[in-house]
Ligand binder design. Structure first.
Ligand SMILES: [Mg+2]
Length: 373
């Protein structure tokens, strides 16, 4: 069983040392998190891109602070591309050769699935639903729901989202699926199901101790960002999301500053970026990749050669899952993107409608296999 308490220590890094000092100063902590099992929750500097390891501990003012802030706004821009995504540039052609369309090479993908149990992992926003201005309205098309429902008839299927589990369940509304909310920090399986081989009661909340702290920070963030037009703070239980998709670009720097100001009192939390969103999460070594490993183990496929996991996602946070698959040399990551992006995914799909076609083809393929036996 994967140990959800596992941490990586990197006391050599400046950030690591800054956090260590803070960790030892109990006055900086919410009294509601005494004796947390995550007292040395430091990440290796190499584990994350530079922009994702920025924490409150390193957001000091002065020239260094200004430089870091410019870097943050640049990173926010990079994670929120606005250029014409349909441009068929040379870059894009080269990228597609490197990460072929999962629809274009469907037969090749499925040839690796012979005699194996395919397990499907799906991100939600930008993968099953379009990215919309109001995240509360990121509804899933009925045809997409039907496609996911059909996939789940043949393959264990999990939704792995940054949203809190209850929220993503309300969007998807299929009780037969596994749900990993808050970037995998809140995992629950179907109450009954034909796919479980191992643990029947799948439930994992590796950051449970952080709940009171997250609720407190949510209130501070709401207060601190309320006069920035378009800023939207979403409480995803184990993860707080500050959406800036409706914020004027000239205000991004101010927004990032205010978020970092709130976080300076919470060194056990870290700030990362997704698509048009800043995310605040507990600094524990747990991400969508760990959630994928946990679910495979729960399904009875730990270290199994008989499984082919397929993970489809559009976001930087999905890269953790792509990395796990690449490292294990097992299964495939599929990045949903219209523009070339650095990724550990093997294949690509352009948008949610292509994800739907891919899922439909999976079902057709499986029905064909079953007919031929
Ligand atoms: Mg997404």
């Amino acid at each position: 069983m994967t140990n959800p308490n596992a941490v990586v220590s990197d006391t050599q890094s400046a950030i690591g040392m800054a956090i260590t000092v803070a960790v030892n100063s109990s006055s900086l902590y919410s009294p509601s998190v005494p004796n947390s099992p995550y007292n040395i929750t430091l990440f290796s500097r190499n584990k994350f891109p530079k922009s994702t390891i920025e924490t409150a501990a390193s957001s000091a003012g002065g020239h260094a602070g200004l430089a870091k802030n410019i870097a943050w706004v640049d990173a926010m821009r990079a994670s929120s591309p606005t250029r014409n995504s349909s441009e068929d540039t040379e870059d894009k052609k080269a990228w597609i050769i490197k990460h072929p369309s999962a629809l274009g090479v469907f037969e090749e993908i499925m040839s690796a699935a012979k005699m194996k149990q395919v397990v499907i992992f799906l991100d939600y926003d930008g993968t099953l639903s379009p990215i919309v201005p109001n995240p509360d309205q990121a509804y899933m098309a009925p045809e997409m729901r039907e496609a996911v429902k059909n996939v789940a008839k043949y393959f264990p299927t999990a939704i792995v989202s940054g949203r809190c589990r209850a929220k993503v369940y309300n969007f998807v509304r299929l009780s037969e699926l596994y749900y990993a909310g808050s970037h995998g920090m809140d995992i629950k399986g179907p109450s009954s199901g034909k796919h479980q081989k191992g643990n029947q009661n799948v439930l994992c909340q590796p950051a449970k101790e952080f709940l009171p702290m997250m609720a407190e920070v949510y209130k501070h963030l709401l207060e601190k960002t309320k006069d920035i037009p378009g800023a939207n703070v979403e409480n995803n239980k184990f993860c707080l999301s500050v959406h800036f998709r409706c914020v004027e670009e000239q205000n991004w720097s101010d927004l990032a500053d205010r978020v970092k100001f709130v976080l300076k009192d919470y060194p056990k939390l870290r700030l990362t970026q997704g698509r048009k969103v800043l995310e605040i999460r507990p600094t524990i070594k747990w991400d969508k990749g760990k959630a994928l490993e946990f679910l495979l183990e729960s399904l009875g496929y730990a270290n199994s050669k008989d499984v082919l996991p397929i993970y489809i996602g559009d976001d930087r946070t999905d890269e953790d899952a792509f990395k796990v698959l690449r490292k294990q040399g097992q299964g495939f990551g599929i990045l949903v993107s219209k523009i070339p992006k650095e990724t550990d995914a093997t294949y690509s799909l352009q948008e949610p409608s292509e994800v739907m076609h891919f899922l439909q083809r999976l079902v057709t393929w499986k029905r064909g296999v079953l007919r031929s036996h």
